[in-house]
Design a protein around this ligand. Sequence first.
Ligand code: MG
Length: 228
Amino acid sequence: MEKVLLIWDIDGTLINSKGCGRRAMDKAFLKLYNIKDGFSRVNMAGRLDWQIVRDALEINNIKEDDIFSFLDNYGESLKEELIKNPLCEILPGINEILVETWEDQNIYHALGTGNCEIGARLKLSHLGLDRYFEVGGFGDEDLERWELIDKVIKKASEYYNTNFKKENIYVIGDTPLDIECGKKLGVKSVAVATGAYKYEELQKHLPDFIFRNFADFHDFISIIKDIK
Ligand SMILES: [Mg+2]
């Protein structure tokens, strides 16, 4: 088996944080700018935190663009939200996939997420998943999602000292934007309907593989391991 790189989205793919991220963003916005529900008109699914915050500032006519200080404040609010919210959960099959592939010397994991790094690490460590992801790309920069994923591939190749072939790289996510990344970069896309989009909607974007969820985790693992 050749070496495989799995690039994971977080929200709607690995976990469901039950709106903690959005509430923490709103809370930070209220604290900094004294505006309630600052993100109510901002689409978040599949997008980078940097773009999401920039949109909220624009929509609310705030000229200040210190997105880094906003993200620091967001981190503080997110910590509080996660502690308050016992309903956050790991999505079906994810634990099993990570446990089963972690020891496999040919399977490598990376994060490719729109979450800023502090947000990603807080959400994952809250649910005990952080340890699986030593490397990743995050939404702290003004990038398109596919550019972020391209950076993840480069970072992971360097980190693991492995030149992953394109056909052995999988971008796994719950939105059309995740699928688009796979297509744009010429790598495989795996869509899972455990987030903001229904199975039928994701199907229209023609991912290489599609799952309703990963409850039958062996199906996912057999796809990854079938690569010769
Ligand atoms: Mg997602």
